[in-house]
Structures are given as structure tokens and as C-alpha cells.
Write a protein that binds this ligand. Structure first.
Ligand SMILES: Cc1cc2nc3c(=O)[nH]c(=O)nc-3n(C[C@H](O)[C@H](O)[C@H](O)COP(=O)(O)O)c2cc1C
Length: 179
């Protein structure tokens, strides 16, 4: 089982990347690859630049990685209640090449933020928007108050209840991928 995990963030210290990395580590017997949107930084999407360059090479490379996945682990940063610019930009470029890039592979969809909302607004947007790209979200998990609930020294969730909730979500996604 190949897991492609990434954060919808371009922060070099992304808390969503930390959560995605931890969540991916909970899958049994999986081959995990963590992507970083900084490695696929395409120019800001616009029709003029698309007419000029055609397909952004970064999006082509990103799509190749997505194609290798049996399972997706995605944790979205919430910026003003919405996707980060980095995430929106790469999916806009990808959508101009092919629209079904999540390929119905089981997905664990997550978000975390420093606030008590835990990225709940971006999760609502993603739940209605990602199916456009053939997503197959099997479980959703939100980690509120990241600094309080995630131990950055051990890279694990410190709140036992939330940790158990995540582990249940991982199990659901893993079982969906095996069936
Ligand atoms: C422009 C901007 C807007 C933000 N808007 C929200 C928001 O709507 N809700 C929220 O919970 N956090 C918001 N935050 C805080 C982010 O959740 C925080 O920066 C978090 O670390 C982003 O995730 P990342 O570290 O994975 O990039 C915002 C931060 C920025 C810079």
C-alpha cells in the first residue's frame, strides 16, 4: 500500500505537514511518501500564463506522484476559512491537465490549526469541493489547538481522546483500501 501524504500548506514549519506525517505513520505495513508543496511550486495560476507556458511542469510532476497512491493522507491549512493559496494553486494547475487526480483512492482528510476551530471551515469546503477531483474521503479528522494537542518533540498527538479518534479514522481508511 502506497500512501501519499501531504499538507495543503507551503510553510516550512507546517503544522499540517506534522499531522499528516504522524497520521501516515499509523497505517500498518504501508510505504509512506510525504510530499511538500514547496517542491511543486508552480507560478500563480492565470489564463495568460497558461496560454504562455501550457502545462506547469510542477503540476505534471505532482500528478505523477498522486498517480502512485493507494491511499491519500491530506491535512489542509486554513487561511481565512479557506484553502491556502499554495494548495489552491497546485490544484488549479492540475485540474487543467486532468480533473480526476484523486482517482477514487481512499482518503483521510484532515486539518489542524492553532485555534479551537481546528480548520473546520476548510474541511467543510474540502468535503464539497474535493469530489470534483474524484476524491474518496473515507474519514475526516480535525485537530484543534495544535500547540496544546500535539507534542512536537515526539511528533504525536498528546490528547489521548483525539489520538484515539485519529487512530479510528486511520483504521477506516486502511480497511477501505484493502477491500
Ligand atoms: C493569512 C492567514 C489566514 C489564516 N486564517 C485562519 C483561519 O481562518 N482559521 C484558522 O484556524 N487559522 C487561520 N490562520 C492560522 C493558520 O491556521 C496557521 O498559520 C497554521 O499554522 C497554518 O497551517 P500550516 O502551519 O500547516 O501552514 C491563518 C493564518 C494566515 C497566515
Amino acid at each position: 500500500m502506497k500512501i501519499i501524504a501531504f499538507a495543503g500548506s507551503n510553510s516550512s514549519v507546517s503544522i499540517n505537514k506534522m499531522l499528516a506525517t504522524y497520521a501516515a505513520s499509523l497505517f500498518e505495513g504501508a510505504d509512506v511518501e510525504i510530499l511538500d508543496l514547496n517542491d511543486y511550486e508552480a507560478p500563480l495560476y492565470g489564463i495568460d500564463i497558461e496560454n504562455k507556458i501550457g502545462q506547469a511542469e510542477q503540476a505534471v510532476q505532482f500528478l505523477l506522484k498522486l498517480k502512485s497512491a493507494d491511499i491519500f493522507v491530506l491535512s489542509l491549512a486554513e487561511n481565512n476559512g479557506n484553502y491556502s493559496v499554495a494548495f489552491k494553486n497546485i490544484i488549479d494547475w492540475c485540474s487543467r491537465i486532468e480533473r480526476d487526480f484523486f482517482n477514487k483512492k481512499p482518503m483521510l482528510l484532515m486539518a489542524t490549526s492553532p485555534g479551537r476551530g481546528g480548520g473546520s471551515l476548510v474541511l467543510e469546503i474540502a468535503k464539497s469541493n474535493l469530489p470534483r477531483f474524484d476524491s474518496n474521503v473515507k474519514a475526516v479528522f480535525s485537530l484543534p489547538s495544535f500547540e496544546y494537542n500535539f507534542n512536537q518533540e515526539t511528533s504525536t498527538i498528546s490528547n489521548a481522546e483525539l489520538d484515539s479518534e485519529l487512530k479510528k479514522a486511520v483504521k477506516i481508511v486502511q480497511e477501505a483500501a484493502q477491500n
